[in-house]
Design a protein around this ligand. Structure first.
Ligand code: KIV
Length: 272
């Protein structure tokens, strides 16, 4: 007897475009490991981002700058083994693409070849145009990222809302159009006024996915550790916490410690 394999409709960059065209919102979350990716994929997430926020939430660094290309590839290949349906986007880490389009291409190729991921994401506008162009010329889809771009935190000085002033808002719209023209298949807009994000989403044809950019864009992304309440000291206005896993896990571990100390665990049934 043959068992028919269930066909899984994989999310592609083209499907994301048709979601925008049909007014269906895109759901995106971060993932850095196999087990979490498996849960999020089974839940039906459209896009998983192997974000360089792994530098903060997985490695405990203060910024996203220290994470390396090798570490991103390790996280991405773990995520890829956990999914069957969603699109997997990987951040090109700081120092792997800025100011050198050949290096950018070789970094993107390493991610695609060694992790099996589907696309890459890059922070910045016209200043990284050459790198984006070269990566696209190799057939690697690129997601752009404008607004608050954490890899430039030492240039900004703070993590506050970007593009509140007219000049920066104008540059952001120009950059969005430029990235679209280059051939990026989607854009992330981080921490900018909702009105400006709406304008960008109406101006460009490609999907615009927001984080702290209001609800008039084509989709939303959050860091999974924030949404689940694993991180507890990061409380920006845009964050909705769906669980308090920090407390839940801490409570469970306290119980386990108590059970071990009192020899309640393992019980007769939990041994051979
Ligand atoms: O690295 C990351 O998690 C990101 C999201 C915040 C969009 O870039």
């Amino acid at each position: 007897m043959s068992v028919a394999k269930k066909e899984v409709k994989r999310i592609t960059t083209h499907i994301l475009q048709s979601m925008k065209d049909n007014g269906e919102k895109i759901s995106m979350l971060t993932a850095y490991d196999f087990s979490t990716a498996k849960i999020l994929d089974e839940a039906g997430i459209d896009v998983l981002l192997v974000g360089d926020s792994a530098s903060n939430v997985m490695a405990g660094h203060e910024t996203t700058l220290p994470i390396t290309l090798d570490q991103m590839i390790y996280h991405a290949s773990s995520v890829i083994r956990g999914i069957t349906r969603c699109l997997v986007v990987v951040d090109l880490p700081f120092g792997s693409y800025q100011g050198n389009s050949r290096k950018a291409l070789s970094s993107a190729i390493r991610i695609m070849k060694e992790s099996g991921a589907h696309t890459v994401k890059m922070e910045g506008g016209s200043e990284i145009g050459d790198s984006i162009k070269r990566i696209l010329s190799a057939g690697i889809p690129v997601m752009g990222h404008l607004g608050l771009t954490p890899q430039s935190i030492y240039k900004f000085g703070t993590y506050t809302v970007r593009a509140k002033e007219e000049e920066e808002a104008k540059k952001l719209i120009e950059d969005a159009l430029h990235l679209e023209e280059l051939g990026c298949y989607a854009l992330v807009l981080e921490k900018i006024p909702a009105k400006l994000a709406k304008k960008v989403a109406e101006t460009v044809k490609i999907p615009v996915i927001g984080i702290g950019a209001g609800n008039q864009v084509d989709g939303q992304v959050l860091v999974t550790h924030d949404l689940l309440g694993i991180t507890k000291d990061f409380n920006p206005r845009f964050l909705r916490r769906y669980l308090d896993l920090f407390s839940e896990i801490k409570g469970a571990v306290k119980q386990y410690i108590d059970d071990v100390k009192t020899v309640d665990f393992p019980s007769d049934k939990e041994q051979y």
